[in-house]
Design a protein around this ligand. Structure first.
Ligand SMILES: [Fe+2]
Ligand SMILES: [Fe+2]
Length: 191
């Protein structure tokens, strides 16, 4: 099969009805797509993989099933092993080494895109004017977006060989074009 963004979106939305989970998929897609372009990689393939990484979370909401029980479904649908292996590798509990640049990038964008999204949701202008420094400050407040694993955010930046601020700035930039889809306000709304 040809791995397209359209096909991945179909698979995602077939198994995922929750708006929050679809938004999470879109946010991770945007960040991973940003890096694909930056690295000169296959942007559509990377975007499709990112969209799929939590596709089974709604039907498998526990770690004894997610994402490992999603893999046979993806295989059945005809997705190549490169996609399946990347999807499996985002999960810390499976302890798979992240070898390809796609696997590293997916891991690095998963928690941070959720965190930056959360930062945008509590600001009247969403992501506009959001600085890495204030994201970093919020990372140090355990009660803010408590579900986001801080250690994975820090490990992700390190895996990409980036300073944390640089990684945060890239993720903010990647999410700005889809702010509306993520339910974020913009400066125009605030005016
Ligand atoms: Fe996951
Ligand atoms: Fe995720």
């Amino acid at each position: 099969m040809e791995v397209t963004r359209e096909r991945a979106w179909q698979t995602l939305t077939q198994y995922t009805k929750s708006e929050a989970l679809r938004r999470h998929a879109l946010a991770v897609e945007a960040a991973v797509g940003w890096y694909a372009r930056d690295f000169g990689e296959d942007e559509e393939f990377w975007r499709a993989t990112a969209l799929l990484h939590d596709f089974d979370y709604e039907i498998h909401p526990t770690l004894d099933k997610h994402p490992q029980d999603g893999a046979p479904i993806l295989r059945e649908e005809g997705y190549p092993e490169v996609v399946i292996r990347a999807v499996l590798s985002h999960a810390e509990h499976l302890e798979l080494p992240r070898e390809t640049q796609l696997e590293k990038t997916l891991f690095a964008c998963d928690e941070l895109s959720g965190f930056v999204h959360a930062c945008g949701l509590v600001r009247p202008t969403g992501l506009e004017g959001l600085e890495p420094k204030s994201v970093r400050k919020k990372l140090k407040q355990p009660s803010f977006a408590a579900g986001v694993h801080r250690d994975e955010v820090y490990a992700g930046a390190e895996l990409l060989g980036l300073e944390l601020d640089e990684h945060i700035a890239n993720v903010i930039e990647s999410l700005q074009p889809i702010a509306g889809e993520l339910g974020l306000r913009t400066a125009a709304d605030a005016a």
